[in-house]
Design a protein around this ligand. Structure first.
Ligand code: FE2
Length: 313
């Protein structure tokens, strides 16, 4: 689709095409003199319907060259879309830096964060995610995106028998949340932080209200063991078949307690290698991701990477 002022179609070197639509769609200011967060926000207010349609078709939109400079400007751009804020619930350690704005994940930058739909283990997922590059990584550290429909197609082609079996058993995921939050891991938040509650009894109630979990156990050491699932993994959301949950991790098991077969994990990794696109950050970039159609991951990288996030219902 052709865009109108203030946006100009642009591209990135790593983009790929799925169903005739590039991932991501990249938009730049049509007049470089009219860049800046206020120009971007004004453009968003004027082109909201067209941008929502682009997002639906492409899965992600990269706004590059607008030189958004800080959390407050980023928030104004997010607010220009007019979508409701979605509070974060989950295990990633995050720090609030402004209204609606958080650090993306405080886990060490050399850790790879695998592909996922944000909050896929919760009963309510955000429909859209905004990422903003305040400081680019010294090296690596791309945010990678992948169309979830393409992952389903690849898995059905590469591992049809596994997909069939998984549709029968579902997938389960066992997580033990610590009593105190640690920034040393990708999922280091305590159950108190994850659930936003200190009382263990109310925590259990909150877990069943908000999470797609089937069991909750508070241990004598004060950790909380939660079993998520069984999930069907492939789900139809807004008319699209998406691969909702990660199968690549020691905590993931088939619903009949069997381990996920190694060949299936290999097929899954290869599927993402084929269909994913790395977005190498430039300072001031804003990346909008349709969380209901598109997964994201964080490649390992080096400081000083600072990427902020905001989520919408
Ligand atoms: Fe994420």
């Amino acid at each position: 689709m052709t865009t109108t002022a203030p946006f100009r179609d642009s591209s990135i070197r790593t983009e790929k095409v799925f169903g005739g639509a590039t991932l991501p769609k990249t938009l730049a200011p049509s007049d470089p003199a009219e860049s800046g967060a206020d120009a971007l926000a004004a453009g968003v207010r004027g082109q909201g319907v067209a941008l929502a349609s682009l997002l639906r078709d492409h899965g992600a939109i990269l706004f590059r060259g607008f030189d958004v400079t800080g959390p407050a400007e980023f928030r104004r751009v997010v607010e220009a879309f007019g979508w409701d804020d979605m509070p974060y619930l989950g295990g990633a350690p995050r720090v609030k830096v402004d209204e609606r704005v958080f650090t993306a994940n405080e886990a060490p930058l050399d850790h790879y964060i695998k592909f996922h739909h944000e909050m896929a283990m919760m009963k309510e997922m955000p429909s859209k995610l905004f990422f903003f590059c305040l400081t680019p990584p010294g090296e690596g550290g791309a945010t990678s995106v992948a169309r979830s429909e393409a992952v389903v197609a690849e898995m059905e082609r590469r591992a049809p028998e596994f997909v069939r079996r998984l549709s029968e058993t579902g997938l389960v995921l066992d997580v033990e949340y610590p009593l105190e939050t640690s920034k040393d891991s990708v999922f280091g938040s305590s159950w108190k932080t994850v659930l936003g509650i200190d009382d263990p009894v109310l925590a259990e109630q909150r877990a069943f209200e908000t999470m797609r979990c089937s069991t909750f156990e508070m241990t004598e050491e004060g950790t909380a063991k939660i079993r998520y699932g069984p999930f069907p993994v492939i789900e139809t959301v807004q008319g699209r078949r998406i691969w909702l949950n990660n199968i690549d991790g020691p905590e993931m098991k088939m619903g009949d307690e069997a381990p996920v077969p190694q060949e299936a994990v290999e097929a899954y990794r290869n599927a993402f290698a084929d269909v994913s696109v790395d977005v190498d950050w430039q300072k001031g970039d804003v990346l909008l991701v349709d969380n209901l159609s598109t997964q994201h991951a964080r490649r390992p990288g080096k400081p000083p990477r600072k990427v902020l996030v905001s989520m919408c219902k």
